[in-house]
Design a protein around this ligand. Structure first.
Ligand SMILES: *Cc1c(COP(=O)(O)O)cnc(C)c1O
Length: 375
């Protein structure tokens, strides 16, 4: 095959004229550092990754068995309507399968919602210091992003309420918030929903809701009965330990889900993850174990932070956000040299803060020990 000469390659100026102007404002997602990356760069004796809020127990052995059994079928197309997974999720949440959509990670669920509903120029409301995919999704088709600052490091739902005069099309809320780990309450959310018109879609990303033990945590499925503009998304990436296989889901009004599915690609869930999901949902013991490790680890880390004199935010999730006395990017780099991966929060707009995933007792011990030496 002839290799194209450099003179035939597109120039920067030319490609800018070809591409849709709006996409220039899209910032690529900043992922946490990978184990391979740290090994190649520093080659430490051991590596503990508590940087991306993955399940510290690793993959569920029962899910691995089911996936291995499905492997010979990978020459076949998966079910493009994702019927079994939607049915299983509907049963788990006691809703209709028509109210459930699934995506290649909840990232895709959020993106599909924006692609289906946000018209160019319509306002999309997001919070500052939160997961970046809301802004990304809102911008993809030239929606206009409006940002609401946090208040005392918490989501400010009154601030969201004040944006209603801009007639927003969509609001993205993260509960508990990544990276602060705290939650907004049922009452706060209901108060916002009471004031929001039906034409404003309120998307609540509950990626970490399974971990919350707060009594006043919102019951979105209850609220949905009165507020059909409420949509909730969740994921298998954290509690179910399936981040690498990619599966997220959204629950909402059947008509909203039906319209959203118009922008779905034909086979958005692969064959392996469809099998994995069905097994993962049934394995209550793995979920219980994961939650228990998280609760114990939370206490261990909080005690550790107190001992080190570090300010941290109370968490309802599987990670803790804490302030450090020097630039967090540097500090995380120093930790990485020692094999400890955690997340500096500069890309979340919090340059003096770090986020660490709650690990197993042994991982947490290693983390606290290494943190102490680099402080
Ligand atoms: C991890 C995370 C998700 C999950 O994303 P997937 O695409 O399902 O892996 C969603 N929202 C937030 C806030 C997260 O931190």
């Amino acid at each position: 095959m002839p290799v194209s000469k450099p003179s035939q390659a597109f120039t920067d100026a030319e490609i800018l004229r070809l591409a849709r102007p709006g996409i220039q404002a899209l910032k690529p997602y900043v992922p946490g550092r990978s184990i391979e990356d740290v090994r190649a760069q520093y080659n430490p004796k051991r590596i503990v990754k508590l940087g991306s809020n993955e399940n510290p127990l690793g993959a569920n052995p029962n899910v691995l068995k089911a996936v291995a059994k499905a492997m010979p079928r990978v020459s076949l197309y998966p079910d493009g309507s994702n019927r079994e997974v939607r049915k299983a999720l509907a049963a788990a949440y006691k809703v209709n399968p028509e109210q459930v959509m699934v995506g290649n990670g909840s990232d895709e669920v959020l993106l599909m919602l924006a692609l289906a509903f946000v018209k160019p120029g319509e306002r999309v409301i997001v919070s500052e210091n939160t997961f970046s995919e809301y802004e990304f999704s809102g911008r993809v088709l030239d929606g206009k992003i409006v940002k609401v600052p946090l208040r005392n490091f918490r989501y400010d739902l009154t601030g969201f309420e004040k944006t209603l005069k801009l007639k927003p099309k969509m609001m993205f809320l993260c509960n508990p918030n990544n990276p602060t780990g705290n939650h907004f309450t049922h009452k706060e959310l209901e108060s916002l929903l009471r004031k929001a018109p039906r034409q404003c879609l309120v998307v609540v990303d509950e990626a970490y809701a399974d971990y919350s033990t707060a009594k006043d945590f919102p019951h979105c499925l209850e609220l949905m009965k009165r507020y059909p503009n409420l949509i909730v998304s969740r994921t298998f990436s954290k509690l179910y330990g399936l981040a690498g296989l990619r599966l997220g889901y959204g629950i909402g009004d059947a008509a909203i889900i039906r319209e959203t599915l118009r922008v779905k690609t034909p086979f958005n869930l692969n064959l392996l993850v469809q099998t994995a999901a069905l097994t993962a949902l049934k394995d209550k013991a793995f979920v219980r174990r994961s939650l228990s490790v998280n609760q114990k680890g939370k206490k261990q880390l909080e005690a550790g932070f107190k001992k080190l004199g570090l300010f941290f935010l109370p968490t309802e999730a599987n990670f803790i956000c804490f302030r450090v006395p020097r630039p967090a990017v540097e500090l995380c780099e120093d930790l990485m040299k020692r094999g400890m991966i955690m997340r500096p929060l500069k890309s979340f707009g919090l340059p003096d803060w770090c986020r660490v995933t709650i690990g197993t007792a042994e991982q947490n011990r290693f983390f606290l020990q290494e943190l102490k030496s680099v402080l």
